[in-house]
Write a protein that binds this ligand. Structure first.
Ligand SMILES: Cc1cc2nc3c(=O)[nH]c(=O)nc-3n(C[C@H](O)[C@H](O)[C@H](O)COP(=O)(O)OP(=O)(O)OC[C@H]3O[C@@H](n4cnc5c(N)ncnc54)[C@H](O)[C@@H]3O)c2cc1C
Length: 441
């Protein structure tokens, strides 16, 4: 059996990895060059911006590629305790630091992807096909049999790559809805939450004294100040600083505007890096108009031999750092579905993926719906979880166990119910009764 995967970014690489167990041959094609070097590719423009890998994502990657974390470290990544080494500011309040045992790896997205790509390239039955654009599906009688491909190297269009299973991992711009329509299927209904987020990112030279030895700082947006940002260490002694604003409040790219935006955040550490570290290159922009979830699980008809995954199914507001981890979770689902049989793989995959997506989707969209300018229904659970954020942030300023609980949920290790478990509720209540402290300035 053969498989063809469209898109060799994180979702596609992980799909190829799991399919290499069940398929004799896996073709992984991408419109970009797929070099061995660590480069931010054109097809993944977001790779130039801050990318955090959640603890759950690291666990899944390590399970798929044993020894990968050590390889990241050998290539220049930094191991961080997510609560102990990073200063978090949530809802304007600084989380108290403590060792949490939640392990993160700080590195550039380009290094992360290049290291995973090298592991996939080394799989004997996976063949990378760079500079190939998928133009459409080859299908007959309710079954997809392959992909129509244009080879960019020679301009040859209409080549046919046949496969028993085709996986679309081509990202947010996936053409699956259009391809399905051409084949006489319905397009998936879409959920969309418009957040209009803009990033500005700049890199700086990292010296040991910066940030008093901390490895990063993250400021989450709050209702009082809907601006956020993060500074994180990357390989080659660099800092990456990303600033974020929503609904038209774009962080400026010019140096003084960039610094002024950072100065408006409730933790001065990001500004500290901007003011004291030597910049490397100019600031860059990324825009992310809306979180989008394509509800393939709601389609009543779907062709055999076809699956859509990763950002092509669901892409979240990036400030929550969920995309790569959710792609990794989907790879595990794909493995299970394929190993359980070849019939209705897509249907079974979408049903199970809908469950995987439910929590991160609701975390990201509920957070965005705090802001009045974001359109969308606000059912009671959304209103309640947003109301809870203030007392929770007061508690995590004082009590490391509360911060740890929140970070375990945000890192997709624990279910959201954990932060309303009786022991945490008790701590939140106690901290709020004790406190009359002002917010961090
Ligand atoms: C600004 C920004 C910041 C982010 N920060 C984080 C973060 O901190 N943490 C995190 O986990 N996630 C983050 N994400 C999300 C993360 O980048 C994605 O979720 C992750 O890359 C998985 O996406 P994917 O592989 O499905 O698609 P993509 O990464 O978009 O890759 C799609 C691939 O398909 C290829 N392709 C597209 N069309 C075709 C075609 N027709 N033929 C052949 N090849 C094609 C492209 O070249 C590309 O390689 C961020 C996203 C953005 C926009």
């Amino acid at each position: 059996m053969t498989a063809a995967v469209i898109g060799a970014s994180m979702a596609g690489l992980l799909a190829a990895r799991v399919l290499s167990e069940s398929h004799e041959k896996v073709f992984l094609l991408d419109r970009d060059d797929l070099p061995e070097a660590v480069v931010a590719r054109q097809g993944v423009p977001q790779a130039r911006h801050l990318h955090g890998l959640l603890a759950r994502g690291r666990d899944v990657l390590e399970g798929l590629f044993p020894g990968l974390s050590e390889e990241f470290l050998a290539a220049g990544a930094t191991r961080v305790d997510i609560q102990g080494d990073i200063q978090w500011t949530i809802d304007g309040r600084r989380m108290c630091r403590a060792t949490s045992g939640l392990v993160g790896l700080s590195m550039s997205r380009a290094l992360l992807e290049a290291t995973v790509r090298a592991r996939v390239r080394a799989l004997p039955n996976v063949e990378l096909l760079p500079r190939r654009v998928a133009d459409g599906l080859i299908a007959t009688a309710g079954r997809v049999h392959g992909v129509r491909v244009t080879e960019l190297a020679n301009g040859n269009a209409g080549n046919e790559l046949t496969a028993d299973l085709v996986v679309d991992a081509s990202g947010r711009g996936s053409r699956s809805p259009a391809w399905l329509r051409e084949l006489g299927y319905q397009c998936p209904p879409e959920d969309r939450v418009k957040i209009g987020i803009a990033y500005a990112t700049r890199r700086f030279r990292r010296l040991p004294g910066h940030l008093s030895g901390r490895r990063g700082a993250v400021v989450n947006m709050s209702l009082d100040n809907p601006r956020g940002g993060g500074v994180s260490c990357e390989e080659n002694d660099q800092w990456i600083v990303t600033l974020a604003g929503v609904l038209g409040d774009d962080p400026p790219l010019d140096p003084s505007g960039f610094a002024d935006f950072a100065a408006s955040l409730p933790d001065p550490r990001i500004l500290e890096v901007i003011e004291h570290a030597e910049p490397i290159g100019d600031a860059l922009r990324a825009r992310f108009p809306a979180s989008v979830r394509r509800r393939y699980e709601r389609l009543t008809r779907f062709p055999e031999g076809y699956v859509v995954m990763g950002d092509a199914v669901c892409s979240f507001n990036p400030i929550y750092g969920q995309g790569m981890t959710v792609a990794a979770e989907q790879a595990l689902v794909l493995r299970d579905c394929v190993q359980a049989g070849t019939d209705a793989v897509g249907r079974r995959f979408f049903r199970r993926t809908a469950k995987v997506l439910a929590v991160p989707w609701s975390m990201a969209t509920s957070g965005d719906l705090r802001f009045g300018g974001v359109e969308g229904p606000r059912p009671l659970p959304v209103r309640l979880s947003n109301r809870y954020l203030r007392p929770l942030s007061i508690a995590l300023e004082q009590d490391p166990a509360v911060g740890r609980a929140l970070l375990r949920v945000a890192n997709l290790i624990d279910r959201p119910q954990r932060i309303v478990a009786p022991d945490i509720l008790f701590r939140v209540l106690r901290a709020n009764l004790r406190r009359r402290r002002p917010a961090a300035t």
